[in-house]
Design a protein. Sequence first.
Length: 214
Amino acid sequence: MFDYLRETIHAYQARDPAARSALEIYLLYPGVRAVIRHRRAHWCWTHGLKFLGRAISQRTRKKTGIEIHPGATIGRRLVIDHGMGVVIGETAEIGDDVLLYQCVTLGGTGKDQGKRHPTIGNNVLIGSGAKVLGPFKVGDNSRIASNAVVLSEVPANSTAVGVPAHIARIAGEKTDFASRVDQISVSDPVTQELCALRGRVIQLEQQLAKEKEN
């Protein structure tokens, strides 16, 4: 237990430039508290004490804003940065050295039975607001962009972006999808709609003026 706690704190120190001391991380970082309490809840869940496991999970949610189902399997050195709004489902599996930002959901689609939640490989980064939904795997060393909605398997060493998510890079090389995406000259749909409405108003005014002349 102490080895697990020590390496978790070291993982936070390595990934968070704002982390100043091990004591501060242990006492004040909600992600650390959530993972420690999850280990207790998970032990209860796997030893038939399911009500107690859920009770620990819900109390942790209230204290930290992080909801981890006691049935979820979590590897070593998980870092949950900020953490508020993170939800991890019952059959989710998380590998080692994973980094989750706030508002990440590892959930299901509501249609699956049995294994309903994703399996996250080792050394995966999932950006803030991302939703990974379904019983598929996100491969080792992959990156999920902020606010992406991932609905299918992500290969190892890949970067997934968008809603729904597409693979933009594999092993550092851009895919065909990435080559079609211009991240600078992105059109604004609100502006396009206002321009279309303005054009329609001008057209109607011209028609009204002609009817008055006649």
